[in-house]
Ligand binder design. Structure first.
Ligand SMILES: *Cc1c(COP(=O)(O)O)cnc(C)c1O
Length: 507
């Protein structure tokens, strides 16, 4: 099967709005000035007044504007359009109710400097979210300040650093090694480094789990500040030795940081605090359904043991009687990590998500997330190489091993999925699986959509054998094919200039 590129389709041919411009066309007229124009000109310094007649601004009608932007919006993909099987990202559907609650005037319009007495509702919301996250993680100290997962990680390892400095005094400087598995998300070593630690890498074994012998070996070398571990790990497998791992680190004098980005596999079922974990971050914009992508805003709460909570960022939201207040009185705190109190809108959505699910609903969501990933895993194992035998948790990993013999690689499969109407999965992560394809359907995908995704993947596997070139040349159904993504990211062209006209025309 091959799809020829449609180049005549009007929505696919949308030009720049500048190219649509026709001298004299208008879409909107400003009302007549009701103030004296010359008086205004006198008030504004001369050098700030513009002299040209808004040259270069496109002259377009209302319908031009509406069609231009609507057409471009159809080139986009969104969680409201279909599933996002991106592994490690938990791109679940965001309920409209959460959005509605986040838009309630009293929440959306509240000034961050409003006095406590006038912000009781917002403070109560933050307090209740803290309480719920403490219950979900089994870790009583919570700060909602961090604005992303990576930011929560940095906050968490700073708590570890502050704890060690206090416990060991001057000796603390001999304890600066952070152990991180080779399957970890890149933010883990970055966060450890920013908090002043040096990273030693732990190998994964053939089952995709932390290699226990290597862990013991590294601990025996001494200087252990702690371990950063994702669980389920980034290949979607539960680290079944987690309690033993925590014991080994604690015996070596270090603390255990858990990267909680994969909590969608655990919420309501198992609690990191009960495993022996000391500190964790959560990604509200993954597990707790707040919108996600495009660089934010996010929220990466940091949850820790009672032993560590004196070091949490200030201010902390506390309850005194039936009132809520901001408490700055934590002399051992690592200090503020974010302006004001964090990204409040994310907190509203997350609490709405938790409250609408309730405890049984949260547990069901976790079970459905794991079931969906196993369902996909089950139906794709014949066509794709599955590098690890253990049952997956909320995401399942494959490699391109079977297809690469025909010259078809992970990138090609991902691009071909676009032709089938799906957003690609996460590719080439984690690095320990060559040609990795990490698929996370989440609980918000129904059976019909899962089946359609499975059919698309199996059909691509068939194409890779019978007609590999179609896959290698994909996508065929999009306005443009493969981009030079590195150049686009490094040298983005963000501004149109009249002399670029010839450039864009040529393209
Ligand atoms: C997403 C993710 C992070 C980072 O979270 P951000 O909010 O993107 O900073 C860290 N670790 C893992 C395993 C993740 O999947």
């Amino acid at each position: 099967m091959s799809i020829t590129k449609v180049t005549q389709h009007p929505t696919q041919n949308e030009e720049l709005i500048f190219d649509r411009s026709q001298t004299g066309r208008v879409g909107f007229c400003l009302p007549k000035l009701d103030v004296d124009e010359t008086a205004i000109e006198e008030m504004i310094p001369k050098e700030l007044l513009r002299e040209d007649d808004l040259e270069g601004v496109p002259e377009v009608s209302e319908v031009d504007v509406v069609r231009h932007f609507t057409r471009m919006s159809t080139w986009n993909y969104s969680i409201d359009l279909g599933m996002y099987p991106l592994g490690s990202c938990t791109m679940k559907y965001n309920s409209r109710l959460n959005e509605k609650v986040a838009r309630i005037d009293g929440f959306a319009g509240l000034h961050p400097l409003a006095p406590e007495a006038e912000a009781q509702g917002a403070l109560e919301l933050m307090y209740r979210l803290q309480e719920d996250l403490a219950e979900i993680t089994g870790l009583p100290g919570v700060s909602l300040q961090p604005a992303a997962g990576a930011h929560g990680e940095m906050t968490g390892v700073m708590l570890i650093r502050a704890f060690l400095d206090k416990r060991d005094g001057a000796e603390s400087k001999n304890r600066r090694v952070m152990l991180i598995p080779d399957s970890a998300h890149g933010t883990n070593p970055a966060s450890a480094h920013m908090a002043g630690f040096t990273v030693k890498t732990i190998r994964s074994n053939s089952e995709g789990l932390t290699d226990m012998d290597h862990l013991r070996e590294l601990c025996a070398q001494g200087g252990i500040a702690g371990l950063m571990l994702t669980n389920p790990n980034t290949v979607g497998i539960f680290e079944k030795n987690i309690t033993e791992i925590c014991d080994i680190i604690h015996e070596a004098g270090g603390l255990v940081y858990m990267d909680g980005a994969n909590m969608n596999a655990l919420v309501g079922i198992a609690r990191p605090g009960d495993f022996g974990v000391d500190v964790i971050h959560l990604n509200l914009h993954k597990t707790f359904s707040t919108p996600h992508g495009g660089g934010g805003p996010g929220c990466g709460p940091c949850c820790c043991t009672a032993e560590l909570q004196h070091f949490l960022p200030t201010p902390r939201v506390v309850k005194a009687g039936d009132r809520y207040r901001l408490d700055f009185d934590y002399p051992e705190s690592i200090g503020r990590v974010k302006a004001f109190y964090g990204n409040f809108g994310m907190m509203v959505r997350a609490l709405a998500y938790i409250m609408t699910h309730g405890d049984t609903g949260l547990k069901e969501a976790t079970e459905a997330a794991v079931l969906n990933a196993r369902y996909v895993g089950h139906y794709l194992t014949e066509d794709f190489d599955k590098p690890f035998e253990s049952d997956s948790m909320h995401e399942v990993i494959f490699s391109h091993k079977k297809q690469s013999r025909k010259g078809v690689h992970t990138l090609d499969i991902a691009k071909r999925l676009i032709d089938y109407g799906f957003h690609p999965m996460t590719i080439y992560f984690p690095l320990i699986v060559e040609g990795a394809m990490l698929i996370e359907p989440t609980e918000s995908v129904g059976r019909a959509d899962l089946d359609a995704f499975i059919d698309a993947m199996r059909s691509i596997a068939k194409e890779a054998i019978e007609d590999p070139q179609t896959v290698i040349d994909a996508p065929h159904s999009t306005r443009i094919g493969r981009l030079d993504e590195a150049t686009a990211a490094r040298k983005p062209v963000l501004r149109w200039r009249p002399d670029m006209d010839s450039l864009t025309k040529a393209a």
